[in-house]
Design a protein around this ligand. Structure first.
Ligand code: GLA
Length: 396
């Protein structure tokens, strides 16, 4: 299985303290052909709905993963990241196989493998990564990494794939090569989001609409409070929850839980084993929350999103059970300090909470959450302000 062992990983790179990170030229001895960027995301509402073929409403963050890249034609893939790498990882594209690459390098390798599996002539590349999407914070740094590679390969090799096609390909890379059974939201958000808008995505047919989301115009701000915890439970639990939803759909004779509306709920719930009922209730009510949120945004009433966020958090906490004490505390403290609403964003078991606040209350709410964390003995959360930003693009 372990056929794509890195070869020649001992290429040393200067990592002495206070020295700037190695340049592309220093790493590879020639200039890159271009540079591409793909953003992280926060999801406003619609959590654990994507793999149930439901609705999601993410925005792209200004924080990106940037990939400088150059084509190779000798079957070699070289990877280096400014976020902590001391040596270049060198892989042979022909040897790539699911499970064969460990650590962060699995994500770019996965995209190259998936492109090749789909018949695209990607014969290697030199890639240098840098970025500012916080890792492990539920902000989709891995999807950003995948999308930066997918877009770079698309341009370098003239593949002519569209942004939604590249998103699907990146999702497949994560499913089939990395082994994470994620849905399509993160990669689609990274590829397709637009500045000033939230992406209303129907995960069943990938129909999408850019919904205006002018926070500043409404006198609002969206805080991202990274709790800096990631409970280990996360990995296996995500797959188990997805399997639970698929089992519920199968027991009900449905293609996916998306097929159920809130009016349909009582009958099907009564027919399911007790442990599956809260999962179904979350998915069905969460899809409704996305629809309600979009209606408010279309009506220009952004503050009305607040109670929907808080209701979504309660559903994640009580029905889907992917919350944790730190995310619950951040939501409670933000709402108590005057946020219009708050909720955990992303897969769960830690990660980040978003809070919709009046612009002039942002500092006060962030300080209140920090104080509540201190009082509870948790590390202070890291705070960002999210501005709906541009999806993946070529920089040079
Ligand atoms: C992770 C997955 C997404 C989605 C969310 C939960 O971010 O990658 O596909 O399922 O969790 O909404």
């Amino acid at each position: 299985m372990n056929t794509a062992r890195p070869v020649n990983t001992a290429r040393p790179v200067n990592t002495a303290p206070n020295t700037p990170p190695a340049t592309f030229e220093e790493l590879y001895g020639h200039a890159p052909e271009g540079e591409w960027a793909a953003p992280g995301r926060v999801n406003l509402i619609g959590e654990h709905t994507d793999y149930n073929l439901g609705f999601v409403l993410p925005i792209a963050l200004p924080q990106t993963v940037r990939a400088q890249a150059r084509r190779r034609t000798d079957g070699v893939l070289r990877l280096w990241s400014a976020q902590g790498d001391t040596a270049v990882t060198e892989l042979r594209v022909a040897d790539l196989a699911p499970g064969s690459v460990a650590g962060w390098a699995a994500y770019p390798a996965a995209v190259v493998w998936t492109l090749r599996e789909a018949g695209h002539p990607v014969d290697g590349a030199d890639l240098r990564f840098d970025g500012d999407v916080p890792g492990g914070a539920g902000l989709s740094s891995s999807a950003a990494l995948e999308c930066a590679v997918a877009l770079a390969c698309n341009d370098l090799y003239g593949l002519g794939l569209t942004a939604p096609e590249l998103a699907l390909l990146a999702q497949r890379a994560e499913n089939a090569f990395v082994g994470v059974p994620c849905g399509v939201m993160d990669q689609t958000a990274s590829m397709c989001c637009r500045p000033g808008a939230a992406l209303h995505l129907d995960s069943r047919d990938l129909a999408m609409r850019q919904v205006p989301f002018d926070l500043a115009g409404a006198g609002l701000a969206l805080l991202v409070l990274d709790t800096r915890v990631k409970h280990d439970l996360g990995d296996g639990a995500y797959a188990a929850l997805r399997a639970g939803c698929e089992r519920a759909a199968a027991l009900l004779g449905l293609p996916a839980l998306r097929a159920l509306g809130p009016a349909d709920l009582p009958g099907p719930l009564a027919r399911l084993p007790a442990e599956l009922r809260p999962l179904v209730r979350h998915v069905v009510t969460e899809n409704e929350r996305v629809t309600a949120a979009v209606a408010h945004l279309d009506a220009g009433d952004l503050a009305a999103l607040g109670p929907i966020l808080t209701a979504g958090h309660a559903s994640l906490r009580d029905d889907y059970r992917v919350s944790c004490p730190e995310t619950d505390l951040a939501v409670e403290a933000a709402v108590a300090a005057g946020a219009h609403g708050a909720r955990m964003t992303g897969g769960g078991f830690g990660g980040s909470v978003i809070a919709l606040v009046d612009e002039d209350a942002a500092e006060r709410v962030a300080a209140a959450v920090t104080a509540a964390f201190r009082a509870a003995g948790h590390r202070a959360p890291r705070t960002l302000t999210a501005v709906p930003a541009e999806g993946a693009r070529r920089l040079s």
